[in-house]
Write a protein of this length. Structure first.
Length: 565
RNA sequence: GCGCCCAUAGCUCAGCUGGAUAGAGCGUCUGACUACGGAUCAGAAGGUCGGGUGUUCGAAUCAUCCUGGGCGCGCCA
């Protein structure tokens, strides 16, 4: 059986090598129960001199087989070495198996990658499993700030990555439009409105929302309705109108800001709606039926402490008001009923204390909490060069996402948010993000893409045919830099798969940066378009493949891949 | 006080869930096209992976303790 004659023509090399090793291990350990055999892991070696791939399986097997790892490695290597399509197999160190493929294997792989185009990296790993990714979900009480921006970038990129990895994904925004914060919002707008009408003399209360945007909304309301909403006898009567007005316009603004950030949600779910159509009540009834509620001090409690949380939590307050916790359980019960295998929630890290209680509650209504994944995104420190930018939500002084997008651009903002692990603190430097210099990593990647486009334009101007297929001889691609590029392209599906599995978009950011670096280096050393027709054609195939992967990698981050800059 | 997260080069951070001599960008220093875009490239210097103990063939990675920083501990959302 030929190693590279797979029924799936788009399989990356690493998986093929793994399959080969698994076969060999099967022969070697035929009498060992399969379930105690260690998983075969194949990865690039630390040092390229060791070859294309390395596996530590012999050392893992040593434990099970109770044999010297080097002996095992030698035997496995002997089996692999018989294959014609493997150039060399070596045993090194304590028992690493190092595998080298012939250049023809790599050019053959390049051909497949090229023909796959921007679909290279699409995988079936998700097997169509249904995932909901819920993110942002900010209260419609004010514009999105920069912290929301990070959550938005992470959530949206996760959606893109999961889709690429073969999952069926729905993105959703949960609108927290119920509760007393909305009432406070209404009162705040009402107050600003009355101030405009000259009805108020006292200073604006500290407990109200402080942002300037409420003054703008009040002006707008006044333009639309004049002073007809001034009702000195019964201010509460018109309060719902203010609340509804503020909530609706702020949510529209949030939606616009997200659109400017390249984000469109598949679905929006209203918390208020959950209350109004009885889903919250049904959930509470369900908890009661399952014996998961008790009454104390006039309130209804969920015994979360029985399932790992610090203390029990109130579901219905003694005044009859249902808590946010209640609606949140109901919301996740609803997600479950909509048939999602996995529910991913992207939250600010300051909500981490909330995770155990919700996980416990889901478990209590029969939802395996392993299906509930919370990605905690750490807060963002905004910097302007060395100087921290002061932000205080309370004082209404915060930098909005919109301001950041306007100042540094969507691409830089998204890339910066996705450069770090979600659970790592992020310093966001506005000056750096804005600078069109070599300090800025966004341009580095985009420039690589634009440069390739430029090469293709040059080739076209010179009358060189741009290869549309790779169905010709690529054997002139034998330089180490060229093989290195192909290996990197080959690894893209692994990056997508891993980023999806561990919910870490920053892996894609690193990948595209590394791929761009390999390309820039190659570009500076070797000409693509030259007098040699065969070499030119082969190199055009290579750089076009690089372009495709840069493009789809950036696509996963929601960053544009410009043809010129 | 209890819980969660973090600690890796001067700075900002990766490290492919336990592998070989710990990497990248920025900054610093030295260099590179009269050719496809110099927003680029080549090279150098820079480390007790916060500290201790443990687990094993093998630890930045796992366990545990300590130190230091962030966050959370409401009948708020």
């Amino acid at each position: 059986m030929g190693l590279f004659r797979s029924h799936r023509t788009w399989v990356h090399m690493r998986n093929l090598i793994r399959t080969c090793l698994e076969e060999a291990v099967g022969h070697l350990a035929a009498d060992v129960a399969a379930d105690i055999l260690p998983e075969v892991v194949v990865e690039p070696p630390r040092d390229r001199q060791f070859g294309d791939f390395a596996s530590n399986i012999a050392m893992q097997l040593a434990r099970v087989l109770k044999r010297n790892p080097r002996d095992i490695a030698v035997e496995l290597a002997a089996m692999l070495g018989e294959r014609e399509d493997i150039a060399a197999v070596d045993v090194a160190g304590p028992g690493f198996i190092n595998i080298t493929l012939p250049p023809s294997a790599w050019t053959g792989q390049l051909r497949r990658i090229f023909q796959r185009g921007t679909r290279w990296g699409e995988d079936e790993g998700g097997r169509g499993r249904r995932v909901m990714v819920e993110f942002v979900s900010a209260n419609p009480t004010g514009p999105l700030h920069i912290g929301h921006g990070r959550g938005a970038a992470v959530g949206d990129s996760l959606v893109r990555i999961l889709r690429k990895a073969g999952y069926t994904v729905i993105s959703e925004y949960y609108i927290n439009d119920a509760g007393n914060q909305m009432e406070t919002l209404g009162r705040s707008l009402q107050r600003r409105y009355l101030e405009l009408a000259g009805e108020i003399n006292e200073s604006y209360p500290e407990t109200y929302y402080q942002g300037e945007y409420l003054v703008d909304l009040a002006r707008r309301l006044r333009e639309e309705r004049g002073t007809e909403l001034v009702d000195p006898t019964d201010p509460d009567a018109s309060l719902p109108l203010f609340t509804e007005y503020a909530g609706r316009l702020i949510l529209d603004g949030i939606s616009d800001d997200l659109a400017a950030f390249g984000i469109r949600f598949d679905n929006w779910t209203s918390e208020k709606q959950l209350f109004e159509d009885g889903r919250v009540d049904r959930l509470i009834a369900e908890l009661r039926e399952r014996g998961q509620l008790y009454e104390q001090d006039g309130a209804l409690w969920f015994p979360a402490s029985r399932m790992g949380d610090e203390k029990d939590r109130v579901v219905v307050r003694s005044n009859g008001v249902k808590t946010y916790f209640a609606s949140d359980i109901a919301y996740h019960r609803d997600k479950d009923e909509r048939g999602f295998d996995v529910m991913v929630d992207v939250w600010g890290a300051d909500h981490h204390g909330y995770v155990p209680r919700l996980a416990a509650a889901l478990q209590a209504v029969g939802i395996d909490s392993a299906r509930f994944v919370v990605i905690l995104v750490q807060l963002v420190s905004l910097m302007r060069g060395e100087q921290p930018v002061a932000m205080s939500t309370r004082a209404g002084q915060f930098v909005t996402l919109r301001e950041v997008i306007d100042e540094v651009g969507k691409d830089a903002a998204r890339f910066f948010f996705l450069m770090r692990r979600p659970d790592s603190h992020l310093d966001f430097d506005l000056e750096l993000a804005k600078s069109q210099s070599n300090e800025n990593p966004v341009y580095y990647v985009q420039y690589a893409h634009a440069r390739i486009c430029s090469i293709l334009r040059t080739a076209a101007e010179k009358g060189v045919a741009i290869p549309q297929t790779a169905a010709f001889d690529l054997s002139s691609l034998h330089l180490e830099e060229e093989l290195e590029l192909i290996r990197k392209l080959d690894a893209f599906p692994v990056v997508v798969e891993t980023a999806a599995a561990v919910f870490e978009p920053h892996r894609v950011s690193y990948y595209v940066s590394e791929l761009a670096a390999l390309f820039h280096s190659y570009y500076n050393r070797h000409r693509v378009v030259s007098e040699d027709g065969a070499v030119t054609a082969a190199r055009l195939v290579l750089v076009q493949a690089v372009r495709n992967i840069l493009q789809s990698g950036l696509e996963l981050l929601g960053v544009d891949a410009p043809e010129s800059m």
